[in-house]
Design a protein around this ligand. Structure first.
Ligand code: NAD
Length: 481
């Protein structure tokens, strides 16, 4: 374990208010040791055949499946998710391991024999031109750094390090200081899976440690997931220091509901998207745009459905929505309810008045209606269970409202019309789109990231982009004389 540093952050169970641990915030010396260990391990690990490297991931996947319940309990305790949400997020993390196990195929290069013919003037025989072959291989980049947010403490690190190490890199993970216990446990399980020393290294800390690591000489690539404020700065600093950087950042996501939508699917989809994980999801559909007369059937069902969500302790049976992760997040959500009232939107459901436990960081589902694009409750990321509704006359008007956002992580449409869905897909500006799904969730085999201020970089995480991010292209041109 690393040295303690001089500043510690006390971590609180957000459902009960009890202290459950502490994170060292400024242990820069420990971060240096972790990078040095990763750099030492790199030559041997990168030279290990990829088929042997992924054997550790196969073992790791089995261990994660065996310990899924234990990991979910840790998430419930330190993050506040419901048990179902926590189990689901562990499963999505395991999907990433399964994908990384395919590295022997995913990393394969390509060859084109006889791409050109050279008529060598030094040849004396009469065999004609000499064939030239060209080949591209994918080779690891070196020590990679992952910086992750609090909201999916098991799943998000799995977007990064399994594929990175499968591709032959070594890795330093800096999880969120707010809920680091699941990263500690998943790293212990990686050791149990037999990864050699130095292949995966865990470092704790806050901003000081991140700032130190992103310009470290031995770090070659940085994968970040978190807020736009932090991501924009990490991208600028890391890229200026010559690192390969991808930053998956903040969001404000819109759902468009057409009059012809399947009513049950639209209402359930919006409720799950806006209030699932207590709205603390980069894919939370926190703004809805209702087209035409959709509000007549949508609004009563939405409010009725949201009122039924049981707010409570994540680990207890029957809880539909857990607490916010910490008091600061809770205060932010409450302050946006006040902002929405001040901006003149109609507060149809007030999360401050929901039935909820007396202790802990709770705020209930909140719904504002008749909002406008210029309002802060529409344009700013709240990252809590606050849903805002706007009205539009036509689909094109709705898409124009969506495209005013400075974010572009995801957008979804609910409709029965192929024509409307196609128009939406080809005009809306977002990296992840959904048609009749509330959350177009990341799938390990497909690239995942947003557009605009939701992403800084070139290659997205996961899928083929993930393989390309964690490898360099090396082209060889061969001629045999
Ligand atoms: P955060 O930006 O506060 O923290 C993320 C990580 O960055 C943490 O490890 C933290 O220690 C570090 N950090 C924070 N501020 C920093 C700074 N100024 N300089 C350097 N490092 C810094 O984010 P969070 O509150 O943990 O997570 C919520 C945010 O993450 C939301 O904005 C959410 O939309 C975003 N998110 C995005 C995705 C995505 O895929 N786009 C996924 C999950 C979460």
């Amino acid at each position: 374990m690393q040295d303690a540093g001089s500043v510690q952050r006390t971590n609180i169970n957000p459902a009960t208010g009890e202290a459950i641990g502490a994170t060292p915030m400024d242990a820069v010396g420990a971060a240096d040791k972790a990078v040095a260990a990763a750099a030492r391990a790199f030559p041997e690990w990168s030279a290990t055949p990829v088929g042997d490297r992924v054997q550790h991931l196969f073992k790791y996947k089995t261990l994660l499946e065996q310990h899924a319940g234990e990991l979910a309990q840790i998430i419930v305790e330190e993050h506040g998710k419901t048990l179902g949400e926590a189990m689901g997020s562990v499963r999505r993390g395991i999907d990433c391991i399964e994908h990384a196990c395919a590295a022997p195929v995913l990393m394969m290069g390509r060859t084109l024999p006889q791409i050109a013919v050279s008529s060598s003037f030094c040849r004396t025989d009469n065999e004609g031109g000499v064939g030239i072959d060209s080949a591209v291989d994918r080779v690891p980049v070196g020590v990679c750094l992952g910086i992750t947010p609090f909201n999916f403490p098991v799943m998000v690190p799995m977007w990064m390090w399994p594929m990175a190490v499968a591709c032959g890199n070594t890795f330093v993970l800096k999880p969120s200081e707010k809920d680091p216990a699941s990263a500690v446990r998943t790293t212990e399980l990686a050791q149990e899976a037999g990864f050699p020393k130095g292949v995966l290294n865990l470092v704790h800390g806050g901003i000081d440690v991140v700032k130190h690591l992103i310009t470290h000489d031995d770090v070659r690539a940085i994968s970040f997931v978190g807020s736009t404020r932090a991501g924009a700065s990490i991208y600028a600093t890391g890229a200026a220091a010559g690192k390969r950087v991808q930053c998956m950042c903040g969001a404000k996501n819109h759902s468009i509901i057409m009059p012809d939508a399947n009513r049950g699917a639209a209402v359930d989809g919006v409720i799950g998207s806006a209030f699932g994980n207590t709205g603390q999801r980069c894919l939370a559909g926190s703004v809805v745009v209702l087209v035409g007369d959709t509000a007549d059937w949508f609004m009563p069902a939405l409010v009725e459905g949201a009122k039924k969500i049981a707010v409570g302790i994540g680990g207890e049976k029957g809880t539909g929505m857990g607490p916010m992760q910490d008091a600061e997040s809770c205060d932010r959500a409450v302050s946006y309810i006040e902002i929405g009232e001040g901006e003149g939107a109609d507060l149809l459901l007030d999360g401050r008045k929901a039935k909820m436990p007396d202790t802990g960081c709770f705020v209930g589902p909140t719904i504002f209606d008749n909002a406008r694009p210029e309002m802060r409750i529409v344009s700013e990321e709240i990252f809590g269970p606050v849903l805002t509704i706007m009205r539009a006359k036509t689909l094109d008007d709705a898409v124009a409202m969506v495209n005013q956002s400075e974010y572009g992580n995801m957008s979804v449409i609910f409709t029965d019309s192929g024509h409307a869905a196609h128009r939406f897909e080809t005009t809306v500006e977002a990296g992840m789109l959904g048609v009749n799904v509330g959350v177009p969730a990341p799938m390990a085999a497909f690239p995942f990231a947003g557009w605009k201020k939701s992403f800084y970089g070139d290659l997205h995480t996961n899928g083929e982009d993930g393989v390309r991010f964690f490898t360099k292209a090396r082209v060889t041109v061969r001629r045999w004389l």
